[in-house]
Design a protein around this ligand. Structure first.
Ligand code: GEK
Length: 245
């Protein structure tokens, strides 16, 4: 078997007697870029289009928050696209992720540096934000706490501000749910994951990542005070919405 690259995700390659709940520890942080690119259909496109979105909606002298920023891919994608007097704030509650994020952000131009905090995004004060990004993060927040977080985000947005909300999604129709899950697993297989890896990762995420339907997200966004929202990207069971203050 060819040797794995040091940044290649092989975490679930060997059979485990018991699969523990997934955690964003240093083992995951080391291979996270490879893991998310090979696991989330449309991830690379979400990031590149995030730059286009940021270019339009970033307002001078405001903040852009990336909540659950992991290695900083969202910040790195947006930074070159926006005016220089925008202040980036990256939040993650995994120090292992933030340490690596710090290194990635340090490579940006001096005027595009970000303030990073190891914090639960449910505690982050959101102020003077023209853009808030939740790129595959809300799915890790307990369902009953999602609305309070969205309402606080909406409150912290400036007039004309936006939320980018990307999530793994669920489908009401069981057959569609199964079709999309099959396609997602085909995508992972095509990216080199074995059935063992797919099965063990799925078990690890089962209680940690809780997806909902697009309709649930849209209704909650409305209840949280957003005036309108629309899906701007969907790849199988992953979608991204744009919500307007
Ligand atoms: C990207 N946005 O590359 N508070 C803070 N951070 C959290 C919390 C919380 N309560 N819960 C989870 N996280 C990134 C990808 S990954 C998505 C985001 C995925 C963090 C967690 O530590 C991890 O770094 C991130 O949210 C989710 O565009 O792995 O599917």
């Amino acid at each position: 078997m060819p040797k794995a690259r040091p940044d290649e995700d092989k975490i679930y390659a060997k059979p485990r007697a018991q699969v523990e709940n997934f955690a964003f520890d240093s083992q995951v942080a080391d291979v996270f870029d490879d893991m998310i690119r090979r696991s989330v259909p449309g991830y690379a496109m979400t990031l590149s289009l995030l730059g286009i979105i940021a270019q339009r909606y970033a307002q001078p002298q405001t903040r852009i928050y990336d909540l659950g920023c992991s290695l900083g891919a969202g910040i790195v994608a947006m930074a070159p696209a926006v005016v220089s007097n925008v202040h980036f704030v990256g939040i993650d509650n995994s120090q292992a992720m933030l340490d690596r994020c710090q290194q990635n952000v340090a490579r940006l131009q001096p005027t595009r540096q970000a303030e990073l905090h190891c914090q639960d995004i449910q505690e982050t004060p959101i102020e003077n934000a023209s853009i808030v990004v939740l790129n595959f993060t809300l799915q890790f927040i307990p369902k009953e706490r999602r609305e309070a977080l969205l309402a606080r985000i909406r409150q912290g947005l400036t007039p004309g501000g936006i939320l980018v909300l990307s999530e793994k999604i669920q489908f009401e129709d069981d057959r569609i749910q199964n079709n999309m899950t099959d396609l997602h697993h085909d995508f992972k297989r095509a990216n080199g994951y074995s059935d063992l890896e797919i099965g063990q990762k799925r078990a690890a995420l089962e209680k940690v990542l809780v997806p909902e339907t697009l309709a649930t997200h849209q209704t909650r966004l409305q209840r949280s005070g957003f005036s309108r929202s629309e899906t701007w990207l969907q790849c199988f069971n992953f979608a991204s919405l744009l919500a307007f203050k």
